[in-house]
Design a protein around this ligand. Structure first.
Ligand SMILES: *Cc1c(COP(=O)(O)O)cnc(C)c1O
Length: 454
């Protein structure tokens, strides 16, 4: 492995932080360094049993290494271990959260809003759907069949009826299917996913908003994975570009800094366009809010304790890499996207594989099927190639996709349209994936040779 700059950077910053508390009488924490060193040795060894998420040859699931500045800032904050529930627990980190969240909201075109960080995208979506229910009790929530599985579960937790809407061969919500549900007159909220978890498909937000004018409902955008692509419209194809351009008209947005925002887990974010929804969070707490009349983040959040360190890491990262179109952060996103477009191009030309029937990927996730005489065989081959790639240190993922999404529907003897096929999938979300694509391709080809004995 290459030299890790974080320990040196952290050591210097730690001295500065300690100096901030110089006025306190000195005290030493009694610790047994030798024993800790031993435990850490065992810890490091245990952690070796992981896929190498930090490496460009890890191109499987949605795992992106936190930026060094985020790792250092998070670890620095551990000296304090602030709790962003209330200013009593995290004065500085609450301010940093408010600033960082303002910058995220500004990316979506919002200056006035209500929002905060959460432990995860799931929690961010939960808060958005909870507010949706408070505003329209008894109304249903609908989302595409390709929406994240937690929407249905969250709805069950909140005791809201939920229905899935069919997706087309792009993996995008079908508008006719949506309109059929809307005609029933009881839909309170539509969840629009910008960047599905399976293949990064972008639902047609602009067209859903046009239906909103006719039918009247709330629009929640789940941008947990794809929200940040708002920064690079020029790198997207037309339908996705239009969807991202419409984001500022959503009622609420979830986005995960711990997915594309270079943050450690857990860092999600929920935003509401109308700050007045803050009234739903109102509660009395006899013990937490006493040091300040200013807003405590716990007053606008369903969670109580939250890692202030997550806010500190996010603030530091956005200070180094502001969320601006054309900036370094945006260019990093565009490089992953370019890698996915190039990977898709190569797969399309390759006789061993079949790609999705329509167009290039919406974002930076590629999925493809192995050509075979039956779906069962195709799935079996995908599984074998997945394992053979892993042996060669190339880590891909597998995903079940409807057979009907692929080019040659007539290829297979078992051609039931709805039948899923196990496909290979690669999330090319690291900027380095662009430069490593040749190597990724070479290992994929070699792994196919291992499986097919070439
Ligand atoms: C990952 C993801 C979620 C869930 O977010 P977590 O941070 O894993 O809880 C929700 N929606 C989409 C589209 C996702 O990709």
């Amino acid at each position: 492995m290459t030299h890790d700059p974080v320990p040196d950077l952290l050591a210097r910053a730690t001295q500065l932080l300690e100096a901030e508390f110089n006025s306190l009488p000195a005290f030493e924490q009694a610790i047994d360094q030798g024993a800790i060193a031993q435990v850490l040795q065992a810890t490091a060894h245990r952690l070796g049993d992981n896929y190498p998420y930090f490496h460009p040859l890890y191109a499987g699931q949605m795992l992106k290494p936190p930026h060094p500045v985020a790792r250092a800032a998070y670890a620095l904050a551990m000296k304090i271990n602030p709790n962003n529930h209330a200013r009593d627990g995290g004065r500085a980190s609450s301010e940093m959260e408010i600033e960082a969240v303002q910058q995220i909201a500004a990316m979506f075109g919002w200056a006035e809003f209500l929002g905060h960080l959460t432990s995860s995208g799931t929690l961010a979506n939960l808060e958005a759907l909870w507010v949706a229910r408070q505003l329209a009790p008894g109304k249903r929530i609908v989302g595409s069949e390709q929406a994240h599985y937690t929407h249905e579960r969250i709805s069950a937790v909140l005791r809201i009826d939920y229905a899935g809407i069919a997706a087309d061969r792009h993996g995008r919500m079908k508008l006719e299917a949506l309109e059929a549900e809307l005609r029933k007159g009881d839909v309170g909220t539509v969840v629009v996913t910008l960047g599905t978890t399976a293949i990064g498909a972008v639902d047609p937000l602009d067209e859903v908003l046009a239906l909103k004018k006719r039918y009247g409902f709330r629009v929640h955008v789940d941008g947990a994975y794809g929200g940040y692509f708002r920064l690079i419209p020029e790198a997207l194809d037309e339908p996705a570009r239009r969807a991202y351009a419409a984001m500022s008209e959503a009622d609420s947005i979830a986005v995960d800094p711990h997915k594309h925002g270079l943050q450690p887990y857990g860092c999600g974010c929920v935003l509401f366009r109308d700050p007045a929804v803050g009234r739903f969070y109102k509660h009395d707490s006899p013990y937490t809010y006493f040091t300040s009349k200013q807003l405590h983040l716990g007053e606008i959040s369903l969670e109580c304790s939250r890692a202030g360190a997550a806010a500190v890491a996010l603030w530091a990262t956005q200070r180094l890499l502001p969320l601006t179109p054309g900036g370094e952060f945006a260019r990093g996103l565009a490089r992953g996207r370019a890698a996915a477009v190039e990977m898709d191009r190569r797969l399309r030309l390759d006789k061993r594989f079949e790609t999705l029937a329509v167009g290039s990927p919406d974002l930076d996730i590629v999925a493809w099927k192995v050509k075979a005489a039956s779906l069962e065989l195709a799935s079996e081959q995908a599984q074998k190639i997945f394992v053979a790639c892993g042996t060669r240190n190339l880590h891909l993922a597998l995903v079940q996709l409807p057979h009907s999404w692929f080019e040659t529907l007539n290829c297979c003897i078992d051609r039931d349209e709805a039948m899923p096929a196990a496909c290979l999938r690669s999330v090319l979300m690291k900027p380095e994936h662009e430069a490593w694509l040749d190597r990724i391709w070479k290992e994929l080809t070699a792994a196919c040779g291992d499986v097919w004995g070439e």
